[in-house]
Every structure is written in structure tokens, then in C-alpha cells.
Design a binder for this molecule. Structure first.
Ligand code: S3P
Length: 432
């Protein structure tokens, strides 16, 4: 259990306007591609959470010059990667680890990757399999877990079918493919977030997306560019759902990224009757962004189809909290991947909701929640179990439940959302 604890209590009407930190997926990618590109990449809006800072350290250890020039502003001078002196420690971050593995595999170097207790238990075979097929050498402990060592270089092409609908796997293959000879194609039966494709194009690589297939073209050299990172919709979700469940609340989160492969939660909340509105939609650094206003709403239960899961894979814990307040049953399908996130999220959601007085159960790979049509009892102690999103989801529940909710191990929130508790307090949230 990592340290610190926070208690959330029934909060007055939340109100105000905030911005949330930069998108985590884009932040990892900006550092890694900057580290691979010729020239100096300037990044603004980088998420300065622990996960991303571990990627910055990794890219430095692999030879790039990485420097913080201001709040969220970073400068990265890319290079040919070299074998680092020690291990590359990725902390809690599956995204950092898997994307770095792919990028490193392209070079004739050896890199040993390690992570925290949570990351060390997560499956890496999904990335190691295709990298082996491309010709990389891999030494890994039982079940393809960390610690593991990749011996890269001399890669060939690959056609890979991304059956797990994982953007991390797709990205690792594309990044390795930058230095492979031959065709590199990823077929996606279910589309996943396309930040790697978009950013590779911005760095000058040729990437084609045709129906369900993403492929690298002949031009695979990267050149430094400017990367502007908008607010993370996965972080905005916690404040927006808090406003939906705290009576009288109304708040706005500005500059939220609205890439359609990331907005499944917002679609679902609107189907539940949420009063969510988007204003000032605009382009920002190649992505759509907008200002989202959320007001207290009487939510209804919802059925979420499996086909939507990739576009909201990180949002099920907070959706489950919204579903607990809604009237009627909610059913969410296609959640097998939740079992291998920072924690077994399916188990963590159910245990936490049940402890707070909500009837929740799994049914195969589906999650079933009997909404109360009002505030749950709360009054529970929930361990974050190294999972930032579990921590923030149950603090959200505690801001509107009858009795306070205490969450232990809340230090993990800093992996993706440094300043979360202060920001919620600035809106009137009672989190101490
Ligand atoms: C991410 C992809 C998702 C998501 C993770 C970030 C990414 O993981 O859960 O937080 O940046 O590519 P999977 O690709 O394993 O589904």
C-alpha cells in the first residue's frame, strides 16, 4: 500500500472554473518521439505527474537531452538511443513502459525495464510477442512480467491484429517499426486512441489509416516539432462527475481534449441524462478541445456496449460511481481489460461500491450496478491499491454520499493528476 490518506465528505454545491493537467497519453508520446527525433522538440502543457516524469527520466537515460524550461514546458533533443547505464524504472506506468519498449527495440541496444509493485504484476507479453516477431531478443521473468530486458536492432516488418484493442500495443509496434525494414501494419478490429499516429505525422513520419488498418509508410525519420498538449479528458472526468452527483453543483473544465476516440464517457453520461454542455470547440495543436460545463443531474441507468469500451477504457471507475447515484440498473459490457490495469479494476470497483452500500456485481466480463436513484451510504475505507483512478473515483463518491469515504494509499493520485485534492477543494469539495 502506498502512503497518505484522504477523506471526502458531503460537499456544498461545487462551483467554479478549472483547467486540468495535460493529457497523459500525449505527454508520454511527446517525450518519446521528441527523444527519437532529429533536432529540438518543444512541448507545452506536459503532464508533470509521476508516470510522465518516469518517462522523461527514461528518455534521458537512453541518451536524449530532456530539460524542463517552465511549468509544463519541456525541451527534448533527440538522438540515436544507447544502452542506459542502469535499469529503466517506469514506476506505475504501463503506457510509459510499453511505449518505451517498442521505441527502444528499434536500436541495437539492451535495456532492462522495471516498475513498481503494480506494474511488475501486469502482463507485458502483449507487447513482447510482436516485438519478438519483429526480431527483438527478450529476457523476461515468468509470464512475461517485469523485470525484463530487450535486446533490439535489426527488426523486420510485421502485420499485427490488435485483438485486445490496446493503443499501447499498437504504439509499441509503430515505434519499433520506425527503425524496422519492411511493411509495418496494425489491424484494429476495434479502433483505439490515435495519438501515436497523429503525433508521428506531426514529427514527419508517413502513417496511413485505411479502414481498420494503420500502416507506416516509407518515410519513417522523425524531425523535431512543437507539441501543445491539451487537458486530459480522463482527469476532467472526476470533476465533471462530481458536479453531476453533488446537489446544486455547476462547474466548468476548460480546454479538455475531445478526440472522438477518447469521449466515450461523455457520450454515456449524456445518455444517462447528464447536463453536460460543450462550448468553445476549437482546434488546439492538432486535436479538438472544448470547455465542458457539468451541472447536477438526475441520472438514469445505462447500458454501455462493448464496442464503446476502447474510447472510455480508463473511465469505468468514475462511470461506476455515476451509475451508483443513477436510478435503475446500469450494465457495462466488454470489460476484460479492466482486470489488468493499475489494479484489477473490475474487482476494485465492485468491492468499493459494495462497501459503500451499493449493489454491484460482475457477470462474465460485464459490470452490473443497481443504481440507488440518490446518494449511497458511503461510510467506508477504500484502499487505492496503487490505482490513481480508483482513489479519485471513491473520493468523488464520498463528496456526495451520506457518510464520509476514506481512501488510503492516495499518494498514487500524483501519477496522473498532481494537485487533484487542492483543485477539488478550490471548487468547494470537502477532501481532507
Ligand atoms: C493508453 C492506452 C490504454 C489506457 C492507458 C493509456 C495509451 O491502455 O488504459 O491509460 O496512452 O495508449 P491499453 O492500450 O492497454 O488499453
Amino acid at each position: 500500500m502506498s502512503g497518505e490518506q484522504l477523506t471526502a465528505r458531503a460537499s456544498g454545491p461545487l462551483g467554479g472554473t478549472i483547467a486540468v493537467p495535460g493529457d497523459k497519453s500525449m505527454s508520454h508520446r511527446a517525450l518519446i518521439l521528441g527523444g527519437l527525433a532529429a533536432g529540438v522538440t518543444h512541448i507545452t502543457g506536459l503532464l508533470e505527474g509521476e508516470d510522465v516524469l518516469h518517462t522523461a527520466q527514461a528518455v534521458t537515460a537512453l541518451g536524449a537531452k530532456v530539460e524542463r524550461t517552465g511549468g509544463g514546458e519541456w525541451r527534448v533533443e533527440g538522438c540515436e538511443w544507447r544502452s542506459p547505464e542502469g535499469e529503466v524504472y517506469c514506476g506505475n506506468s504501463g503506457t510509459g513502459a510499453r511505449l518505451l519498449m517498442g521505441a527502444a527495440a528499434g536500436f541495437p541496444i539492451s535495456v532492462t525495464f522495471t516498475g513498481d509493485e503494480s506494474l511488475s504484476g501486469r502482463p507485458m507479453g502483449r507487447v513482447l510477442g510482436p516485438l519478438r516477431d519483429m526480431g527483438a531478443g527478450v529476457e523476461a521473468s515468468d509470464g512475461d512480467r517485469m523485470p525484463l530486458t530487450i535486446h533490439g536492432g535489426n527488426l523486420n516488418g510485421l502485420r499485427f491484429v490488435n485483438t485486445k484493442a490496446s493503443a499501447q500495443v499498437k504504439s509499441a509496434i509503430l515505434f519499433a517499426g520506425l527503425r524496422a525494414s519492411g511493411a509495418v501494419e496494425v489491424v484494429e478490429p476495434m479502433p483505439t486512441r490515435d495519438h501515436s499516429e497523429n503525433m508521428l505525422r506531426a514529427f514527419g513520419a508517413e502513417v496511413a489509416t485505411r479502414s481498420d488498418t494503420v500502416s507506416l509508410g516509407e518515410k519513417r525519420e522523425l524531425f523535431a516539432c512543437l507539441v501543445a498538449i491539451p487537458g486530459d479528458p480522463s482527469s476532467a472526468a472526476f470533476a465533471l462527475v462530481a458536479a453531476l452527483v453533488v446537489p446544486g453543483a455547476k462547474l466548468t473544465v476548460t480546454g479538455v481534449m475531445l478526440n472522438p476516440l477518447r469521449t466515450g464517457l461523455f457520450t454515456t453520461l449524456v445518455e444517462m441524462g447528464a447536463n453536460l454542455t460543450i462550448a468553445n470547440e476549437r482546434d488546439f495543436g492538432g486535436e479538438r478541445v472544448g470547455d465542458i460545463t457539468s451541472k447536477f443531474s438526475n441520472l438514469r441507468g445505462v447500458t454501455v456496449p462493448a464496442e464503446r469500451s476502447a474510447s472510455m477504457i480508463d473511465e469505468y471507475p468514475i462511470l461506476a460511481v455515476a451509475a451508483a447515484f443513477a436510478s435503475g440498473q446500469s450494465v457495462m459490457h466488454g470489460l476484460a481489460e479492466l482486470r489488468v490495469k493499475e489494479s484489477d479494476r473490475l474487482a476494485a470497483i465492485i468491492a468499493g461500491l459494495v462497501a459503500c452500500g451499493v449493489d454491484a456485481r460482475e457477470d462474465g466480463d460485464s459490470l452490473v450496478i443497481e443504481g440507488l436513484g440518490g446518494p449511497p451510504r458511503g461510510g467506508a475505507v477504500i484502499d487505492a491499491n496503487h490505482d490513481h483512478r480508483i482513489a479519485m473515483s471513491f473520493l468523488t463518491l464520498g463528496m456526495a454520499s451520506a457518510k464520509p469515504v476514506q481512501v488510503t494509499g492516495t499518494a498514487t493520485i500524483a501519477t496522473s493528476f498532481p494537485g487533484y485534492a487542492e483543485l477539488m477543494r478550490s471548487l468547494g469539495g470537502r477532501i481532507e
